[in-house]
Ligand binder design. Structure first.
Ligand code: C5P
Length: 225
C-alpha cells in the first residue's frame, strides 16, 4: 500500500499572539515544524511527505529539507483547503492512503502512528487517533446549562488516516456544500464513511496558545532524552 503523509502548516496561529506563525516558533532547539517533520521522517513506510505552506507568510522557502521525501505545496484559506490542495497535488500519481498530521502536533509518538495505520489497514477502514475526554464537560454560554455525558466523548487528534480517493471526494463535496470542516474525519463522517477511533496518548497536544509552549518544550525535551 502506498502511503503519503500530508502536513498542513499554512496557518497563521492567531491564538498564539506571536510574531511568527506557531509552526515556526523554536522549542528545544528546533522549530515546531522541524520536530513534526523529523518524527514523520522516521517512518519508513511513508512514500512522500507533502507540507502545505502559506504562499504569503514569508516562510515558503524555509522548509527544512531534513528528508528527501519532503515536498512543498501551497496552503489555502482554511486548514481543509490546505489539505485539499495537498491531496490534489498528488492526483497524477495518487497514493492508496493518506496520513494527515498537524504541523502543530510535534509530540505525537511513533508507536501511536503505526498502531493507527496497522489497525486501519487491518480493518480496511479510515480512522483517527483520539483520546477519551477526561474532564467533566459543560454546555452553556455564560452559565452552565448542562453537564454532557462523557462516556462516548473523544478528543480528535492527528494523524488521521484515510483512503486517498475517499478523502478527496469527501473533502471536495463537503467544502462545496459549505459544511464546517475542522478535521478530515468531519468530512468523512459527512460522507457517511467509517471513522475508526484509535486510542492515542493525550499528550499529543496541538500547540495553540502561549501556555502550550512551556508544556510542549518540557515534553519535547523529555522525549529527546
Ligand atoms: O488553526 P489550527 O490550530 O486548527 O491548525 C491546525 C493545523 O492546520 C496547523 O498545523 C496549521 O498550520 C494548519 N493550517 C493550514 N492552513 C490553514 C490553517 C491551518 O495548513 N489555512
Amino acid at each position: 500500500q502506498k502511503i503519503t503523509a500530508i502536513v498542513p502548516a499554512a496557518g497563521v496561529g492567531s491564538r498564539m499572539q506571536h510574531s511568527a506563525p506557531k509552526q515556526y516558533i523554536e522549542l528545544a532547539g528546533k522549530t515546531i515544524l522541524e520536530h513534526t517533520l523529523s518524527k514523520l521522517a522516521e517512518l519508513d513506510f511513508i512514500h512522500t511527505i507533502k507540507v502545505a505552506i502559506s504562499d504569503d507568510d514569508g516562510y515558503f522557502d524555509a522548509i527544512p529539507q531534513i528528508d528527501s521525501r519532503i515536498e512543498r505545496v501551497s496552503g489555502g484559506t482554511e486548514r481543509a483547503d490546505s489539505v485539499l490542495n495537498a491531496l490534489l497535488s498528488l492526483a497524477d500519481n495518487p497514493p492508496d492512503w493518506v496520513l494527515v498530521h498537524d504541523a502543530a502536533r510535534p509530540l505525537v509518538c511513533l508507536s501511536d502512528i503505526t498502531r493507527l495505520v496497522d489497525d486501519c489497514l487491518a480493518a480496511n477502514e479510515g480512522g483517527i487517533l483520539a483520546s477519551k475526554v477526561k474532564d467533566t464537560i459543560k454546555r452553556g454560554r455564560t452559565h452552565s446549562e448542562q453537564t454532557v455525558p462523557r462516556d462516548d466523548l473523544w478528543q480528535a487528534l492527528t494523524p488521521q488516516f484515510f483512503p486517498y480517493q475517499a478523502l478527496v471526494d469527501a473533502l471536495s463535496n463537503a467544502l462545496e456544500n459549505g459544511v464546517t470542516i475542522t478535521d478530515e474525519a468531519s468530512a468523512i463522517e459527512w460522507a457517511k464513511q467509517p471513522v475508526k477511533l484509535v486510542a492515542g496518548r493525550s499528550d499529543n497536544i496541538k500547540i495553540t496558545t502561549p501556555e502550550d509552549l512551556d508544556l510542549a518544550a518540557f515534553l519535547l525535551q523529555k522525549q529527546q532524552n
